[in-house]
Design a protein. Structure first.
Length: 220
């Protein structure tokens, strides 16, 4: 019995040491090591926004795809929230090196997730309850893609959570901006038109699917 307890303690001690080694295994941004908190926050918020607008065309198309089938802003924002929560989880875990996935695997899957949403828009005429689960799963994958970008810049010592939170906040600002733009310019004016699905939803979703398929082949 004593041996079993000792074995368990040794196991958890060993596991703790392993985690301690991985928890700090991210690139270091020494330039911001002594910067004021507000400077660090603004740097990573602007980085997150820029990663969506204008640099994140693939993520923009994913968000547009989410918007097209929903005609209610609350429904769209709930999907975006599930996506944000999911990518926040894997972004933090990836930056801690707890989850490690090579870009050559993650990037094609991201493209396929975009294509999936676009095709679903064309083959169904209403949102299914399980779509939010699918969006959450795709968010987990996209978070690992975000991590590869953030890791290139690195994080300042002692400011891990502040930096990751700020980057996620910037990404969220970018995503919500896209959602509000699509809703205001496309969905709200035309959602009640009888030709909305045929003239707007189907062509836009088809273009997104074709672009995502192209990205999938170029990223493999």
């Amino acid at each position: 019995m004593v041996h079993q307890v000792l074995d368990k303690r040794i196991f958890f001690l060993f596991l703790g040491l392993l985690l301690a080694g991985t928890l700090s295994a991210h690139n270091i941004n020494y330039a911001l090591e002594k910067a004021p908190v507000h400077n660090v926050m603004w740097f990573y918020i602007s980085l997150g926004i820029r990663h969506i607008i204008p640099e994140g065309l693939d993520h923009i198309l994913f968000i547009v795809g989410i918007c097209m089938l929903g005609t209610n802003i609350k429904t769209i924002l709930w999907q975006a929230t599930a996506f944000t929560v999911a990518h926040s989880i894997t972004l933090a875990l990836s930056m801690k090196n707890i989850i490690v996935a090579p870009g050559q695997v993650v990037e094609p899957i991201i493209s396929l997730s975009i294509m999936f949403v676009a095709i679903e828009n064309m083959v169904t005429d209403r949102l299914k309850a399980w779509r939010i689960i699918i969006i959450f799963i795709f968010g987990l994958i996209h978070g690992m893609g975000f991590a590869s970008v953030l890791n290139e810049i690195g994080l300042p010592p002692g400011k891990f959570f502040l930096s990751v939170f700020s980057f996620n906040l910037g990404v969220e600002i970018g995503q919500v901006s896209v959602i509000l733009g699509v809703f205001a310019l496309i969905i709200k004016p035309f959602r009640n038109r009888v030709w909305y699905r045929k003239v707007v939803l189907a062509p836009v979703s088809c273009c997104i699917a074709i672009m995502a398929l192209y990205w999938t082949f170029t990223r493999i």
